[in-house]
Write a protein that binds this ligand. Structure first.
Ligand SMILES: Nc1nc2c(ncn2[C@@H]2O[C@H](COP(=O)(O)OP(=O)(O)O)[C@@H](O)[C@H]2O)c(=O)[nH]1
Ligand SMILES: [Mg+2]
Length: 208
C-alpha cells in the first residue's frame, strides 16, 4: 500500500523580542501559557508540527520560533528560507513593536519571498493599555498594498483568538496550495494511506 504524506507548510514567527512569539509557540505546542521570565533557558531555533483538517483536507503547520535568537544576533536566512507563511507579531500595548513591523516585513519579503504574511497583534487582554487600534493596523496594511494576507488580534495569556488564527492560516494555505497538493496526490499510486510523522518530527531542536 502506498502512503500519502500530509503536506506540511513552514510557518515562521517574526517580530521584536518580547512581543510574545514564544508564548504563541507554546500555545501552539501545548496550549499553555507561562509568565516566567526565564521560559526559554537555551537559545536556539525550535519547530513543531501540528495537523489540521480544513476544507476536507489534511495539512500540517510546522511552526518555527526564533527561541530568543533575535536578542543576541540577527536571524539567519535559513530561518526564513522556504517559509510558506510568516506571522509578524507585535504587541498591542507597544507602539515600538508596531513601528518595527515594517522592518520585519522587509526581512520576510527579502528572505522568504513566497511566504504569505499575517499581521498579529498580541496581548489583547491588556485592555486599557492597548495603544494600537484596528485603524492603525488597517492603515499599515493599506500602505503595504496586498503584502499582508490577513490580520489577527489575540491573547496568548487568555488564549483568545489563538486557535482561530492558526485554523484560518491552515485554511488559507490549504486553499492556495490546493492544485499543488492535488498534483502530488495524483503522482502517488492508489491505496492511499496518511502517514503521520508528527511524533518523530517534533521535539527536534537544532542549536544553530
Ligand atoms: N499580558 C500578556 N502578556 C503576554 C502575552 N503574551 C506574552 N506575554 C508576556 O510577554 C513577555 C514576552 O513574551 P515572549 O513569548 O517571551 O516573547 P518573545 O520574546 O517574542 O518570544 C512575557 O513576559 C510573556 O509572559 C499576552 O497575550 N498577554
Ligand atoms: Mg522568544
Amino acid at each position: 500500500m502506498t502512503t500519502l504524506k500530509v503536506p506540511e507548510q513552514k510557518v515562521i514567527l517574526c517580530g521584536e523580542y518580547g512581543v510574545g512569539k514564544s508564548s504563541l509557540f507554546r500555545r501552539f505546542t501545548s496550549n499553555t501559557y507561562t509568565t516566567s521570565t526565564d521560559r526559554q533557558s537555551t537559545l536556539g531555533l525550535d519547530h513543531y508540527s501540528k495537523r489540521y483538517h480544513v476544507a476536507g483536507k489534511d495539512i500540517k503547520l510546522q511552526l518555527w520560533d526564533t527561541g530568543g535568537m533575535e536578542r543576541v544576533a540577527s536571524i539567519t536566512s535559513s530561518y526564513y528560507k522556504f517559509a510558506d507563511a510568516a506571522i509578524l507579531v507585535f504587541s498591542l500595548d507597544s507602539p515600538e513593536s508596531f513601528n518595527m513591523v515594517s522592518q520585519h516585513l522587509l526581512d520576510i519579503v527579502s528572505y522568504a519571498e513566497n511566504a504569505k504574511i499575517y499581521l498579529c497583534g498580541n496581548k489583547s487582554d491588556l485592555k486599557s493599555l492597548i495603544q494600537i487600534t484596528d485603524s492603525d493596523m488597517e492603515a499599515f496594511c493599506e500602505q503595504c498594498h496586498t503584502l499582508v494576507a490577513g490580520t489577527f488580534k489575540l491573547s496568548c495569556k487568555t488564549g483568545e483568538g489563538v486557535d482561530e488564527m492558526f485554523s484560518s492560516i491552515a485554511l488559507q494555505l490549504a486553499e492556495s496550495n490546493r492544485s499543488k497538493f492535488e498534483l502530488e496526490k495524483l503522482t502517488e499510486n492508489n491505496g492511499l494511506q496518511l502517514t503521520d510523522l508528527e511524533d518523530n518530527e517534533n521535539l527536534n531542536k537544532c542549536s544553530c
